[in-house]
Design a protein around this ligand. Structure first.
Ligand SMILES: [Zn+2]
Length: 382
């Protein structure tokens, strides 16, 4: 009997991974345990550091022995910084920290790797499995994976088991967070005592808000039918202590989102230039923190990988999916922007990501493991 996805083995893998706390930046224990588990199962495991020695990543290459393309399965195993919730299993679901985002999906990719090896389904090419830390912002910005990609740890196409499975995402906006501090040099004083040549940080803040609105109007014309428009967004603004004190600082923060075709550097430069103009005009000192979360993403829908994946969905008992937009940024964005590799985000059904009430459908994790096996075989065998 050919090797197939084993439901209980998958459940055990997910609960083993969820039981080890692994907040972003702190995945050392979990990745060590994953490496030990895969080594014990006979896989050859590498530990690329990717600039994060506290938690070296896990990389496993399974080679068919015949030349051919490489398909990559890539998962992040870090979780957002919320109180730890241990795993619990019911007849249909697994709950606990990271169960949906995204240890469950990563475990499904591991299960697929086992089945691919044990069934001998791969006649050509190879599978590259990678798991890493430093995904979840604002504790990580994908820098470990980015380094791994720059070091060449990539396949010819990549599957990312994030919790999205109602469409094949073909586009997503890049995103950055920003924070701005507008300062003047003098001390806080009663407003009647203020030197009249001293700039007002609140006026400068108002000027900046007005300029951001102009920028927003200008970039709204850059739009994609699925992903929407480019935006600059202000989430909060603060200044002052009481009604008659001349404040020293005005600060604000928000986001900037852009479409494929513009580089994060270009977007940051445009943003900083605008702020520098306001700084000169208002005679204040303005500090800009601009943190790129991920670049934008695009999937070439004519790439054979897309049709291969659609056929795998059907063969695994499901249906072809419509093309759509990806509401968030994920690691596919890095694979596309840094290496031009086609990537499909597709993971198990579940919910509660970024809350303490995460849950994952076991049946759907089994389905995803099957889809990954079938996609690998079709893509690599040709
Ligand atoms: Zn995730």
């Amino acid at each position: 009997m050919p090797a197939t996805v084993q439901r209980q083995r998958l459940i055990d893998t997910i609960t083993r991974m969820v039981s080890i706390p692994s907040r972003t930046g702190e995945c050392g224990l979990l990745l060590d345990d994953m490496a030990a588990m895969l080594t014990a199962e006979g896989f050859k495991v590498d530990r690329p550091v990717g600039g994060h020695p506290a938690a070296p990543a896990v990389a496993v290459r399974y080679d068919s022995g015949q030349p051919g393309p490489t398909i990559q399965f890539n998962g992040h195993v870090d979780t957002v910084h919320l109180p730890f919730v241990p795993p619990a299993v019911t007849a249909t679901q697994i709950t606990g920290s990271g169960s949906i985002d995204m240890k469950g999906g990563t475990a499904a990719a591991i299960e697929a790797l086992r089945v691919i090896r044990d069934s001998g389904v791969l006649k050509k090419g190879s599978v590259l499995f990678t798991a890493h830390d430093l995904h979840e912002a604002p504790w990580g910005f994908g820098q470990q994976l980015n380094q791994m990609i720059r070091d060449g740890l990539v396949g010819d196409a990549v599957l990312i088991p994030e919790y999205l499975n109602q469409c094949i995402p073909t586009v997503s906006r890049g995103s950055a967070t920003w924070k701005i501090f507008i300062r003047r040099t003098g001390a806080p004083v009663h407003e009647v005592m203020r030197p009249l040549d001293e700039p007002s940080v609140i006026n400068a803040g108002a000027e900046l808000v007005a300029r951001f609105r102009q920028l927003g109007d200008a970039i709204a014309g850059r739009t994609d039918p699925l992903a929407g428009s480019e935006t600059v967004f202000i989430g909060q603004i603060h200044s002052g202590e009481i009604f008659n004190q001349y404040p020293q600082v005005c600060w604000m923060e928000g986001t900037r989102r852009w479409l494929p075709g513009r580089s994060p550097d270009e977007v940051e430069k445009e943003f900083r230039q605008l702020v520098a103009q306001v700084e000169r005009k208002t005679k204040t000192q303005i500090e800009v923190q601009f943190q790129v979360i991920r670049d934008a993403f695009k999937l070439d829908t004519t790439h054979p990988f897309v049709e291969t994946f659609q056929q795998a969905l059907v063969e695994a008992g499901g249906q072809r999916l419509p093309l759509g937009a990806k509401p968030f940024v994920d690691d596919c964005n890095s694979f596309w922007s840094l290496a031009g590799i086609p990537g499909i985000t597709h993971g198990p059904t579940g919910g509660g990501a970024h809350t303490v009430e995460e849950w994952l459908s076991i049946d759907d994790a089994v389905r995803v493991a099957n889809v990954y096996v079938l996609t690998a075989a079709k893509f690599c065998n040709g």
